[in-house]
Design a protein around this ligand. Structure first.
Ligand SMILES: [Zn+2]
Length: 176
């Protein structure tokens, strides 16, 4: 389990590795891929937009569908217009961590490849929708803790510190 958690830092880089051709320019957006194209290449089960439930909570990301791929080598990844989750790796996670991962991937649809912004977008969404409490954020931080820094990601503790800021800054917005 611990070794799998290290793969957290590979989010989006995995998408880049398997979806980008050599000619693809570096851009702020994740690579575009349709659910059909993904499933033709990798398999998986389609959850059309608006149908995904995570531990009984309906989760949406605009018009974008989700593919559940038990062979994905990460917890989740984002393509432009598509989110992919690994239901096998999700099985052992606490609910707020699952919702946060989905929301992080969904965040990439609007913030592009910036990992810190996707983290913050997920935290703000959790706060706004009421599924992320202090306790849940602690669970997310525990989950992130082993993640190493790489060229695209800060370390788990660094990401956690930034998310705590986002959490504090969005305080009170749930009561408006
Ligand atoms: Zn990411």
């Amino acid at each position: 389990m611990r070794s799998k958690q290290f793969r957290l830092s590979a989010w989006a880089t995995a998408a880049l590795a398997c979806a980008l051709s050599a000619a693809e320019p570096v851009s702020a957006a994740p690579p575009a891929l349709s659910a059909q194209a993904y499933m033709a290449a990798h398999g998986g089960t389609l959850a059309p937009a608006g149908t995904l439930e995570i531990d009984g909570r309906r989760m949406t990301c605009g018009r974008y569908p989700t593919v559940l791929d038990p062979h994905l080598n990460d917890f989740g990844e984002a393509y432009l217009g598509l989110i992919v989750l690994n239901p096998r790796l999700f099985a052992g996670l606490a609910t707020p961590v699952k919702l946060w991962i989905y929301s992080h991937e969904c965040g990439h649809e609007s913030v592009g490849r910036d990992e810190s912004k996707a983290d913050c977008a997920a935290v703000r969404r959790g706060r706004r929708e009421g599924w992320l409490t202090e306790k849940g954020l602690a669970q997310v931080c525990a989950f992130m803790q082993p993640a190493h820094a790489d060229s695209r990601h800060f370390s788990g503790p660094q990401r956690c510190a930034f998310m705590r800021q986002c959490f504090q800054q969005s305080a009170g917005s749930t009561h408006r």
